[in-house]
Design a protein around this ligand. Sequence first.
Ligand code: ZN
Length: 231
Amino acid sequence: MNSKKPSALVVFSGGQDSTTCLYWARERFERVVALSFTYGQKHIDEVRLAEQLAREAGVEWHCIDLPFVGSLSSGCSLTDTSLTIEAEKPADAPPSTFVPGRNMFFLSIAAVFARERGIHDLVTGVGQTDFSGYPDCRDAFIKSLNVTLNLAMDDEFRIHTPLMWLDKAETWALADELGIYPIIRYRTLTCYNGIVGDGCGQCPACQLRRRGLEKYLAAKGMKDAKKQMQS
Ligand code: ZN
């Protein structure tokens, strides 16, 4: 018996988190659609990479251009080429990589796009465990937006956040369970400086990714060693 649900749309950037979510969705839904956005980000190549990864995963891919999202606010180092990215996030403000409203715009547009195609399950890779300072990655925001979308369109959307309560090490573990460790490790783009795989190693995204990877590999090494001792 096939227990898969009919269809889902994944908000997809080609990074570690959303790629893990893409394969998570593929295990649970018959039809998966990946939706990427351009919003004036510096590293526009990430969209080409997202397209490639989606095609290799055998899912339908679409891209919507939202240039205004990046231009509405100033001071974001992901969209403003004159700014560099700080290594540490400031204690009392969101980091310079915060794009105000980004997830709200993306998920709202994704819902309308999905609804047109008879899809009501939306998947996003946001999480609040390794809280990066982005308010729109938090569970309260996602739940609130889910209610708002249902009211806005008199419909029943379900926003899935498989990574909400996982830390980066657990996200690596999930990728391994899904059989996509090499894809996530070597093909995805998380680095704010636009370097695929292990990235630049310096930016906050690379540091978070690497710390999680080291923690995961250490735990896995211990498990494997124990198994060997028992056999
Ligand atoms: Zn980096």
